[in-house]
Design a binder for this molecule. Sequence first.
Ligand SMILES: C[S@@+](CC[C@H](N)C(=O)[O-])C[C@H]1O[C@@H](n2cnc3c(N)ncnc32)[C@H](O)[C@@H]1O
Length: 228
Amino acid sequence: MPLTQFLALADAIEPEHRYRTVYDADFSVLVPGKEVIDPDTLAAFSRIDFTGHTVVDLGCNFGFFAFQARRLGAAAVVGVDREPRVLAGCELLKRHFDANGVDFACHNIDDPACPLPEQRFDIAMLVEFIGKTFVLENRVAPALAFLERLSDRELILSVQKIYWIKKELGTTPERMLKLYPAQYVVGGDFLLLDYVRDFFAPRWRMEALSPMADGYEKPRKFLRFTPA
Ligand SMILES: C[S@@+](CC[C@H](N)C(=O)[O-])C[C@H]1O[C@@H](n2cnc3c(N)ncnc32)[C@H](O)[C@@H]1O
């Protein structure tokens, strides 16, 4: 019954809020979304040691990574999103999966009065959250700063390493140089991963959980930050 209710709710939600394909426990597709989970993403995520840890997942959408963290042994997970109807869907999926230990909370992390940072978690996650709009609106640093307030032990992020400034961001290197230091605007590229790494240094040390080649790569990379 919760599954039937979930499918009806997901059908009624605007497509822009259905970000991630929703999977059943056996990974069959329940609701197609804009982004699928591929084997590389699953492999990178499974390299995180969740065993016995408390976890917060910011911008959880329908909770894929929150549920998966619990399946991988987390003691307690809180999925956070600002969309109440998305969270209503998460609650129905929680009943469908019989997933105790996973809770959901409505917060807007852009709100300076957001009370979430009063809590601390072993692992704080920001997965597939920072994208083109964040880069263009110079909102990457505030999102990273918010994440950092939630854990002093481990931060997990996924970002696209490099954006092509003209083709992907639809702007010019000159405009990007008004927003970011020159070392992150190199030729026609914006070096997001370097920017994120340097934001957290020297407090945190970065480790790539995804395989990483030199130069441009489209798939987002999972990164783990631990205290330096
Ligand atoms: C691109 S989706 C990523 C979903 C999820 N992390 C995943 O990878 O499956 C971003 C999610 O963050 C939520 N979101 C966007 N801005 C937010 C904010 N300021 N506070 C809380 N949630 C936000 C959106 O509603 C959406 O569900």
